[in-house]
Design a protein around this ligand. Structure first.
Ligand SMILES: [Cu+2]
Length: 160
């Protein structure tokens, strides 16, 4: 009878110990879950870095918009025998884009000081010239066809 009790007690102890070990096993697994969570945190940090990289880039774009050369576009129409507008004003350092639209006759658009000229074109035609207005002053633009310049087909680019 005593031996039976001892055996039963041993079995109970073994079961309890077994449960404790299984409990320990489960508590051992718990840190693994923590490790996985830590990895997830790392991934989130990396994702945040990615987001941070995007934000300064767009901020940099906004920042460089102000100091970067500003593109000033002007549509200048040519006809017999004038340019419209006849005065263009930009700031020194601006990138200037002139869309020369010849709407009447045979003309071109020339600005010697910036070394730019369109081809001589029969209307209707359109040609674009671009340059950086790096010299301050007042510069004449004109039509080089025949006597057009002499009879008033000219204008002024003012670089301030
Ligand atoms: Cu002309």
């Amino acid at each position: 009878m005593n031996k039976t009790y001892v055996v039963i007690i041993l079995l109970v102890v073994m079961v309890v110990l077994g449960l404790l070990f299984m409990g320990k096993d489960s508590t051992v697994k718990a840190p693994e879950v923590d490790t996985v969570e830590e990895i997830d945190l790392d991934n989130q940090v990396e994702t945040n870095f990615g987001a941070d990289l995007v934000l300064p880039a767009s901020t940099a774009d906004d920042g460089t918009t102000l100091p970067a050369p500003e593109v000033k576009e002007f549509v200048v129409s040519g006809s017999n025998f004038s340019f419209d507008p006849s005065t263009i004003t930009v700031n020194q350092g601006d990138k200037v884009r002139i869309v020369f639209k010849n709407s009447q006759g045979f003309h071109d658009f020339v600005i010697d000081e910036y070394g730019r000229a369109t081809k001589q074109n029969q209307a209707p035609s359109e040609e674009i010239i671009e340059f950086v207005a790096d010299k301050a002053g007042s510069f004449e633009y004109y039509c080089s066809v025949g006597s057009h310049r002499a009879i008033g087909m000219k204008g002024a680019l003012i670089v301030e």
